[in-house]
Design a protein around this ligand. Structure first.
Ligand code: NDP
Length: 352
């Protein structure tokens, strides 16, 4: 086993806030190698296998994240987020050397000395050995899709519902659409940002159709692919895409307010205000639009992960992933994900 005080850390430091506008890789800086400190009682040395980059991190770049459950990243300090890795040395009775662990506050470093209380053990069997899935389909994004659909979607099998998903080729959207199909929607239509993504939705994930919002008119494409109107809308993006979808929703429909990524680079509160027309449409057609936050359903996470694991293992849910290599590419990977460079879950592979 490795000496706990001899591992190379290679931290990624938060260098500058984005404020308004697109984040850039230069907001992050990779520090010179540092050696890990000696373990204290209760701590473990973990080697990082995969790190996650997620849209909520854009809010953590701001002084004020706009959400009480999100702390801003601090300038000059090591960035943190979702991660998965292996315990390499331990002074914690509950976490033995060799086990796989995950955390929502995993520092962006190749190795970390962490308090055991910040870590959860992972059973690699749950993800058939694909440990990156702990950050995606069988992790927080998968739970967001599952619990979002189940808690706010009101899918009723046999009632010929049409579900539309925006951000459909991303981590949450790609799983949400497949769950809509499994739970009994008649049509599942995804909106995303390229032809290649649209094709993957239909041929690999079993969506009814894909609409490329960067090409042509979304409204006419929606009319074509949702001839009976839209009953359920899993909203990851907000803005004009959502205005177009909501305007074609049926009375009594349900919007799952998952995220509003099209507005995250603007200095507006969450959820950002709706256009007047959209507000009227929701009201007149009695459409629910409740905010969904996956962290509010912690008591349902364990069971949800078992369900997601089973679906992935049996092939009922297909997992798409974009993997970038190397801790030095964290900033690049984050910015790429924010502008649609990913298909499926964006992760960064840190060590083998
Ligand atoms: P994704 O994997 O979907 O990556 C983000 C995607 O957003 C990009 O790939 C890009 O795809 C799309 N995008 C970026 N900018 C725009 C834009 N201006 N208009 C339309 N699409 C855009 O990320 P996640 O699956 O992790 O997250 C998806 C959403 O879910 C986010 O809004 C996030 O905040 C939210 N979320 C909410 C949670 C909750 O508890 N409520 C938990 C986790 C995530 P494209 O090529 O299609 O443009």
């Amino acid at each position: 086993t490795i000496e706990s005080c001899n591992a190379d850390l290679t931290p990624v430091i938060f260098k500058s806030r984005g404020k308004d506008g697109l984040p850039v890789p230069e907001n992050f800086r990779v520090e010179e190698l540092m050696k890990s400190p000696e373990l204290k009682e209760g701590q473990v040395l973990v080697r990082t296998l995969f790190l996650s980059v997620d849209p909520y991190m854009r809010c953590r770049m701001n002084d004020d994240t706009g959400a009480d459950y999100l702390l801003p990243w601090r300038l000059g300090e090591v960035v943190d987020g979702g991660g998965v890795g292996v315990v390499e040395a331990s002074k914690n009775q509950a976490l033995s050397v060799g086990i796989t662990v995950t955390s929502f506050s995993w520092p962006w470093q190749t190795y970390n000395v962490m308090d055991g209380s910040l870590l959860q053990e992972v059973d690699p069997e749950m993800v058939d050995g694909h440990l990156s899935h702990v950050l995606g389909a069988v992790g927080m994004p998968g739970l967001t899709a599952l619990l979002g659909v189940r808690e706010k979607g009101h899918v009723t099998p046999g009632s010929h519902q049409t579900m539309v998903i925006s951000g459909a080729a991303g981590a949450c959207g790609s799983i949400a659409g497949q769950i809509g199909r499994l739970d009994g929607c008649e049509r599942v239509v995804g909106i995303c940002g390229s032809e290649q993504k649209c094709q993957a939705l239909v041929t690999e994930l079993g969506f009814t159709a894909g609409i490329n919002y960067k090409k042509g008119d979304i409204s006419s494409a929606l009319r074509e692919h949702c001839p009976a109107g839209i009953d359920i809308y899993f909203d990851n993006v907000g803005g004009p895409i959502s205005d177009a979808v909501i305007s074609q929703m049926n009375p009594g429909g349900h919007v799952i307010l998952c995220g509003q990524i099209s507005q995250y680079n603007k200095d507006v509160p969450y959820p950002p205000p709706l256009s007047e027309d959209t507000q009227k449409a929701l009201c007149h057609k009695n459409i629910t639009r409740e905010r969904f936050v996956v962290l509010n359903y912690i008591e349902k996470h364990a069971e949800g992960l078992v369900q997601l694991s089973r679906w992935v293992k049996t092939g009922q849910i297909k997992v798409l992933e974009t993997v970038v290599n190397g801790i030095e590419n964290m900033g690049e990977a984050f910015c790429s994900m924010m502008t649609g460079g990913n298909i499926g879950k964006q992760v960064v592979k840190i060590t083998d």
